[in-house]
Design a protein around this ligand. Structure first.
Ligand code: SAM
Length: 746
């Protein structure tokens, strides 16, 4: 039996209860807690929670964001801050200038949040809960004996009674070094200040910590080594320590620190190498500027003049910060072969220069073509700002994110993206501008302040979450993998963030298609695009029902789609819309039942075809008002007809009726908004407002098969050529096409 059986974990918030509590508990803002818990009781409870943790008795990790409030502004060392004690704090009332100095008296409990028992200078005790740290048990951020400063502290009520100090913004928690001026004299401890003064030993100990994945401790040891190496100048040791610390920083996504350390390592190397000692490489700021300039150019020939380990780190940092190349040249087969569930991050440059962000006039900012693109062309390629690489099959990676402010919840992919975004932004001030430039739906305007030009942009976790929700993408490991999924398998997609791509607006009838290979996001032209045209993308495939569609756009992204399809579907008489949906549902269940019965009979297919014809009538010119008698759907998708026409195409093919297969494949294309017809031996495909997707690629394959069996090879080849182009558009590359088309025997 487990020692802690029967003990309830109160450190893990139950989101539903927390939500109810937040919305229903009486307001006690400004009051003080009526009772206190003793030091012994707090520590005892904490020990039992540590026990639960060590036994693995923890629920699925739940990240909980309370009602929004902004982080404290400026530095904890600013003269305006004032030190307070636990006894001064009030419930739910934050004083922006207040700083609470605490010392942790327990090892931390680290799961959904980091929890520790702390004391203040007067000996008063409390439980502190810190959210949104990139923490883990083996390498905790706050350890027993840490001295911490909490900014804008207040008491927060716990659902089951009692109070704790809750911190949501990582910047509201500051870890203080023992020699920090803020540390009260009573907490000075000479032992803290006496450390190993041998840089070599520090490096060795740091290496050991690195191997044990205790990255923060490794950082600390390398930092200590660097402090002491300056006493006994030893360039080789110094370069080594900078290099090692740079490596750890890269693992921890601290690219700003990594670039600083590598610049110092390179400058030290140059100063101690006779042939470089009078070169620009001795200037660390010049090297740093090169590491961060996002260019593939190397006019100072830095990479060819430094030792290989430094050169490799430089490449790593440049790719991770993001570099741009001027052409869409990529070795897609090599990239695709490299990528897998555990190797998502590709060393490749971005290709962004032929697109630009501009104001649209009606939809905020949007992305525009700077040159003409032909159907299928690569328009832009971008490496992810963040694409979390957690293990999908691991229970340990289960994680949920709840926002109590608006009652929303995000499953694992969104929760992980949020966590990594907070981490990356927290440690890389240089990358914040590009991220916080993105739309947050007005959050910061309501809750934040105007950030001055020379002020560091704060990492407000609520703002990060709003930006995540409005701008992230769901991404498969490789888009081509999705073609080989068993039907209805619904594989889990990751959530990732691509900053340039986030400026693209939605259209149900997009002129571009996005695909993914690892952390590279590709955008290809779904049809010819002229320079100056706005680029659009489908955020999600449109629902058949215009009301559902509008609701989804409104609640998820806060906009009203004004594309031609939404306008036309929206103009249709309500009764006809209802009838379309009713008939669609009826036909769908009829088709499903047929599917269950084995191979279809000719009679059943004829019956289905009749039902489809009846539905087609609901898309006749008379169905939409105010269109002057013209067919409003002449070039538009007729979404309710897609499913039955797909069924009929495949069913006629299964009974080897070539003519009917061709007829229905053309219908299927047409219902996706793609008008395909033949003029003699020529195939004409008009796609002004249609969808290119796997079904339309298949429809072309069925046509190719049909024309082949009728001996119309030229038509078959044209279908196949188009299908191959569309395959590239929907998967990003040609990789896998042999197998895909081979499965059709083509
Ligand atoms: C990923 S961002 C696109 C860039 C955004 N327009 C901007 O200015 O930052 C998504 C937001 O753009 C706006 N948006 C996207 N597509 C739109 C459309 N078709 N019509 C109106 N607004 C749209 C919505 O405000 C949505 O929340």
């Amino acid at each position: 039996m487990k020692l802690s059986a029967g003990f309830r974990n109160t450190y893990e918030e139950v989101p539903d209860l927390a939500k109810k509590f937040v919305n229903e508990a009486p307001n006690e803002t400004g009051q003080r807690p009526k009772s206190k818990v003793s030091r012994d009781a707090l520590v005892r409870t904490h020990q039992r929670h540590l026990k639960l943790l060590s036994e693995g008795s923890v629920p699925v990790r739940s990240l909980v964001l309370p009602k929004p409030y902004p982080p404290a502004r400026g530095s904890v060392h600013a003269t305006s801050t004032k030190t307070v004690h636990l006894g001064d704090l009030q419930i739910d009332s934050r004083d922006r200038d207040a700083v609470l100095l605490l010392r942790t008296i327990t090892t931390p409990y680290v799961w959904s949040s980091t929890v520790a028992v702390v004391e203040d200078e007067t000996g008063d005790v409390a439980r502190v809960t810190v959210w949104n740290l990139e923490d883990n048990v083996v390498d905790p951020i706050v350890t027993k004996g840490s001295i911490i400063a909490i900014r804008q502290p207040c008491w927060t009520r716990l659902v089951d009674g009692g109070h704790h100090i809750r911190v949501d913004h990582p910047s509201d928690l500051v870890l203080l070094r023992p020699d920090d001026d803020l540390v009260p004299e009573t907490w000075w401890n000479d032992e803290d200040l006496v450390t190993n003064r041998d840089p070599g030993q520090c490096k060795q100990d740091g290496d050991m910590m690195f191997l044990k994945k205790r990255f923060r401790q490794a950082l600390e040891l390398y930092t200590r080594g660097l402090q002491y190496v300056s006493n006994t100048p030893d360039p080789a040791a110094e370069i080594d320590l900078y290099r090692k610390r740079c490596g750890v920083s890269i693992v921890l996504l601290r690219l700003d620190d990594a670039a600083n350390d590598l610049s110092e390592a390179i400058a030290t190397h140059a100063r101690s190498t006779p042939e470089l000692s009078s070169s620009e490489l001795t200037n660390a700021s010049i090297v740093k500027a090169w590491l961060r300039n996002r260019s593939t150019e190397d006019p100072l020939h830095i990479s060819s003049r430094i030792p290989r380990p430094l050169k490799e780190l430089a490449a790593r940092i440049k790719f991770d910060v993001g570099i741009n190349q001027p052409t869409p040249d990529y070795n897609l087969p090599v990239i695709s072969a490299y990528v897998g569930p555990l190797t998502l991050h590709v060393d490749a440059a971005n290709y962004l220069c032929d697109t630009e962000v501009q104001n649209t006039g009606s939809h905020g900012r949007g992305q525009f073509a700077k040159r003409d693109f032909k159907e299928g062309d690569l328009i832009c390629v971008e490496k992810a700002f963040v694409l979390p690489g957690y293990f999908m099959q691991d229970r340990n990676s289960d994680c949920l994110l709840y926002s109590l402010g608006d009652g929303t919840a995000a499953p694992r992919p969104g929760a992980w993206l949020f966590k990594e975004l907070v981490q990356k932004l927290r440690w890389n001030p240089s990358l914040r501008k590009e991220f916080f430039d993105m739309t947050d739906g007005g959050y910061w305007e309501e809750h934040g302040w105007e950030v001055a030009e020379d002020e560091e942009i704060p990492v407000d976790v609520f703002r990060v979450e709003y930006i995540r929700r409005l701008n992230c993408f769901s991404a498969p490991t490789r888009s081509s993998d999705l073609l080989n999924q068993p039907p209805n398998s619904n594989p889990e997609l990751r959530n990732g963030f691509w900053t340039h791509a986030s400026y693209i607006n939605h259209s149900c009838l997009p002129n571009t298609i996005r695909t993914f290979i690892g952390d590279l996001r590709f955008l290809r032209a779904a049809r010819d695009i002229a320079a100056g045209e706005e680029l659009t993308n489908q955020y999600v495939a449109p629902d058949i029902d215009i009301n559902e569609r509008r609701e989804k756009f409104r609640t998820t992204w806060g906009f009203e789609c004004d594309c031609q399809l939404c306008f036309t579907d929206g103009s249709v008489d309500k009764g006809i819309r209802k009838e379309r949906l009713g008939q669609f549902e009826e036909l769908k269940s009829m088709v499903m039942k047929l599917g269950e019965k084995g191979p279809p009979t000719i009679t059943s297919l004829k019956k289905t075809a009749r039902a489809l014809r009846e539905m087609e009538a609901l898309y006749s010119p008379a169905s939409a008002e105010g269109q002057g008698g013209e067919d409003p759907y002449a070039t538009l998708p007729r979404l309710a007809l897609v499913h039955p026409s797909l069924f009929l195409t495949e069913a006629w093919r299964s009974v080897k009726n070539v003519d009917r297969t061709i007829e229905y494949a053309i219908k299927l294309l047409r219902n996706f908004g793609i008008i395909a017809r033949t003029e003699g031996k020529e195939l004409k495909v008009d796609n002004q407002a249609g969808f290119v997707n796997v079904e339309t690629v298949r429809a072309l394959n069925y046509l190719a098969e049909g024309y082949t069996s009728r001996g119309e090879e030229e038509l078959a080849n044209q279908c196949l050529e188009k299908a191959r182009l569309w395959y590239i558009i929907i998967t990003g590359s040609e990789v896998g096409s042999e197998q895909f088309f081979g499965d059709f025997g083509l």
